[in-house]
Design a protein around this ligand. Structure first.
Ligand SMILES: [Zn+2]
Length: 225
């Protein structure tokens, strides 16, 4: 987490030798990973919010709440890249340092081409890139793409979200061949809410390689309140 001495904590803005100072770090409520063997689907509280998904495993840092939510929105909307470094460092330390087997590579959740051209920024790619460099993993952004420009999901019901997402992802022929050579990957998104987007991407990948082990990773999960 050290980036030099002359910086301020990204959360409280006090002078700090680290991107998140010790006081703010001690204040964070992170998920308890060990009792669930790095699989939060075994936690009843998480499972309750992800009822209609096919993936059997999910790993995340914390519930979507302050101050991590502030760091995530600062990254997504203000393109504040130092937030990605701080979040990725937390994720690697808390979630990956004791994981028994790492995947072969990380696939970040794509944005639709038009939306990417408009925003020129995909926070999931920025975060995944940092996670990769901290944990010596590879990233592949060319396997899966978003072929349907889906409207914002936020205000839709779960059923509307699923309908909206049908066939939303595309894996071209070259990527299908490459996908077949993998045994174990991680699919990564910054935040998982209902899990429907993640599930759709998961199903698309499994369709072309039914034996592929896919870990589902994210910085935050929105727990059912
Ligand atoms: Zn602080």
């Amino acid at each position: 987490m050290h980036l030099g001495l002359s910086q301020n904590c990204l959360v409280c803005k006090q002078s700090s030798g680290t991107s998140i100072c010790q006081y703010c770090f001690d204040d964070l409520t992170l998920f308890d990973i060990d009792p669930y063997q790095h699989n939060l689907m075994l936690s009843p509280k998480v499972k309750l919010g992800l009822v209609k998904v096919d993936f059997p495993q999910v790993l995340a840092l914390a519930d979507y709440q302050w101050p991590l939510s502030k760091l995530l929105t600062g990254l997504k909307f203000s393109k504040h890249v130092p937030n990605a470094h701080a979040l990725a460092t937390l994720f690697v330390k808390h979630c990956l340092s004791s994981i028994p087997v790492l995947p072969q590579l990380i696939i970040p959740m794509p944005l639709h081409k038009n939306r990417y051209l408009f925003r020129k920024f995909n926070q999931s790619i920025v975060l995944a890139k940092q996670i990769c460099s901290l944990s010596q993993l590879d990233m592949d952004t060319s396997i899966i793409s978003r072929c349907k420009s889906t409207p914002a999901q936020t205000n839709l019901s779960a059923t509307q979200r699923r309908k909206n997402l049908r066939n939303a992802f595309e894996i071209d022929e070259a990527a299908q061949q490459r996908l077949k050579s993998y045994k174990h990957i991680a699919l990564f998104d910054d935040v998982i809410t209902t899990g429907s987007t993640m599930n759709c991407a998961y199903r698309s990948l499994r369709k072309h390689n039914p034996n592929l082990k896919i870990d589902i990773w994210s910085i935050c999960l929105t727990l059912v309140r």
